[in-house]
Design a protein around this ligand. Structure first.
Ligand code: ZN
Ligand code: ZN
Length: 353
């Protein structure tokens, strides 16, 4: 954790701040190791304090050895004010993308002009322990997908398939599922985020499943679209275009590229095939402690990719009233390209039952 603290201190120096209040759960965990659900960090050039409540003081002491643990008064802001006053700080940063208006007012009572800061960027490049957690999460999700393939048949309910894959991920060691599992069959596969419904799968349906496991706090993210039965010529054609776009997108990922440059490569393939209007979302996103993080691979993705960023590549084509396809892998940016973590085959699966 210490190298992460050093990076925050660099950030403070560059922004002429004496300290920063960290309250966003992902940043709190990233910078301290503390996994509890409540508390704030107070970080300065020499200081690292973790303010939390009675429930968590012992856990915090174990998980965050670089921090002085402080049990707060009934109102955490009273303790925060006392600590900042004792430190004599007046130039303090707060996470403007997280702190709500009521909390902002409390902070502004402590220091006159708290400075808006963005700390999420610190989490974009993953270190070895983070990559190991993501790899583990991806492996569990890959295995769970194989577990539930025999259940995909006519008459199966989307909601039940979602529950089965979540259960399979837990049984294989996931802490939980990373986000609401998507199972969308038949015409519902045209919904990019079609949460699993009571619809029964029918013969000939496309079934899109978007799922992720969480290990050590880190999320995996993958989507596969299969056909229950034999694929029609049109299903094969749409699938082929999305797969070509996905492969080209993965091949375009490399350190030094902008997110929008990678997006453009995959998007061109879908547009050239005449389906540009049917691919209405970005090509992919960063992921880690949170499911959707920077950098974005999208038409407005202006962050330059760097080694050990982890992103998804997930083009799709969605045809209202007919159905859709999305194919998504989790990949690690390398100096020369990308290493695909997701191991599940991307060849079109035609499932017998
Ligand atoms: Zn996904
Ligand atoms: Zn995704």
């Amino acid at each position: 954790m210490n190298h992460r603290l050093l990076r925050v201190r660099d950030y403070l120096r560059q922004n002429s701040l004496e300290g920063v209040i960290v309250a966003k759960p992902e940043n709190r965990r990233y910078l301290s190791g503390f996994t509890g659900s409540a508390g704030m960090l107070l970080i300065g050039a020499e200081e690292a304090r973790l303010i939390t409540d009675f429930r968590y003081t012992e856990q915090a002491a174990q998980q965050a050895p670089n921090y002085t643990i402080i049990k707060h008064a009934p109102d955490i802001y009273d303790t925060l004010a006392a600590e900042i006053k004792a430190l004599g700080w007046s130039k303090i940063g707060f996470e403007s993308d997280f702190v709500n208006y009521d909390s902002y007012k409390r902070i502004a009572e402590i220091v006159a002009e708290p400075a808006p800061v963005q700390l999420d960027g610190l989490r974009m490049v993953k270190d070895d322990s983070e990559l190991a957690a993501i790899r583990k999460a991806v492996e569990i999700a890959d295995s769970a997908f194989q577990d539930i393939l025999p259940l995909l048949k006519p008459g199966a309910r989307e909601r039940d398939i979602a529950l089965e894959i979540e259960f399979a991920m837990r049984r294989r060691g996931a802490e939980k599922h990373g986000f609401e599992t998507i199972v969308a069959s038949g015409v519902r596969s045209a919904l990019p985020h079609g949460r699993a419904s009571d619809k029964l799968i029918e013969a000939g349906d496309f079934v899109t499943i978007d799922f992720g496991a969480v290990c050590d706090g880190y999320t995996s993210d993958a989507t596969r679209t299969v056909v229950v039965g034999k694929a029609s010529a049109k299903q094969k054609e749409i699938y082929r275009i999305v797969l070509d776009a996905q492969l080209a997108g993965v091949a375009a990922v490399a350190a030094g590229k902008l997110g929008k440059e990678v997006d453009a490569v995959a998007r061109k393939i879908i547009s050239d095939a005449g389906y540009g209007e049917n691919f209405g979302h970005g090509l992919g996103h960063g992921l880690g402690l949170f499911i959707h993080e920077n950098p974005r691979l999208s038409p407005v993705g202006d962050i330059t990719l760097a080694p050990n960023m982890v992103v998804t590549v997930e083009p799709g084509i969605y045809l209202p009233g007919w159905g859709g396809v999305r194919i998504e892998d989790t990949v690690v940016v390398t100096p020369a390209g990308a290493a695909i973590l997701t191991a599940t085959s991307k060849e079109l699966l035609e499932l017998d039952w």
